[in-house]
Design a protein around this ligand. Structure first.
Ligand SMILES: [Zn+2]
Length: 198
């Protein structure tokens, strides 16, 4: 059966797929103060001299920006479905506990546990992003050394500083095993290497 309303996200993905792959290169004026055109594959999109720079940047960045936004929408829709399943099975379990019938509670509990595991298994970051789930790019690594083993977690500077303080407090309070912690800035080249490894 065909959809009776257009699926805009599918249409957007199809348009992205059909467009010329980046990089799209700026063609600057001789003195570098203006943009004359945009090189897209073997063709050039020319701008007249009073074409606003803000519009040029919007056009030039559109493929990458849209791809990012499409991934975010896909992720959020998936997260909503998993969260919805969790809420539904939790409510079904509550109902079963209030009105117990033979085998009913156990079946509902199994469904709830499966939904809970799926929710806990959902990653809340994408490649290159901070592992706290704030959706910023990772610029640092939180380095944890315990008994000769080293764990490195990609984080943004703000979340990294927050985690560092929180974990040091937890170690001091005896809630977590002793470890040496530090925040290291990722250099541009190490970030690119990590991107390529993925
Ligand atoms: Zn962060």
């Amino acid at each position: 059966m065909t959809a009776t309303y257009p699926d805009r996200l599918s249409e957007l993905k199809a348009r992205l797929q059909a467009a010329t792959q980046e990089p799209w290169a700026y063609e600057p004026s001789a003195d570098g103060t203006e943009v004359y055109g945009l090189q897209i594959g073997g063709s050039c999109l020319a701008f007249d001299e009073d074409f606003p720079l803000g519009d040029i940047h919007l056009i030039a960045n559109a493929p990458d920006d849209l791809r990012w936004a499409v991934q975010e929408i896909d992720y959020l829709r998936l997260y909503m479905r998993v969260l919805g399943d969790f809420a539904f099975t939790l409510d079904a379990l509550r109902c079963a506990l209030e009105n117990p019938a033979a085998g009913h509670v156990e079946r509902r509990r199994r469904a709830f546990e499966a939904a809970r595991e799926e929710l806990l298994a959902m990653p809340n970051w994408r490649p290159g992003e901070c592992h706290s789930g704030c959706r910023s790019y990772a610029t640092h690594e939180l380095v944890t050394e315990v008994d000769g083993s080293v764990e490195r977690e990609p984080v943004c500077e703000e979340c990294g500083a927050m985690w560092l303080t929180a974990r040091r407090s937890a170690i001091e309070a005896g809630c977590q095993p002793a470890a040496r912690l530090r925040l290291e800035a990722l250099t541009k080249s190490s970030r690119e290497t990590k991107e390529m490894d993925r």
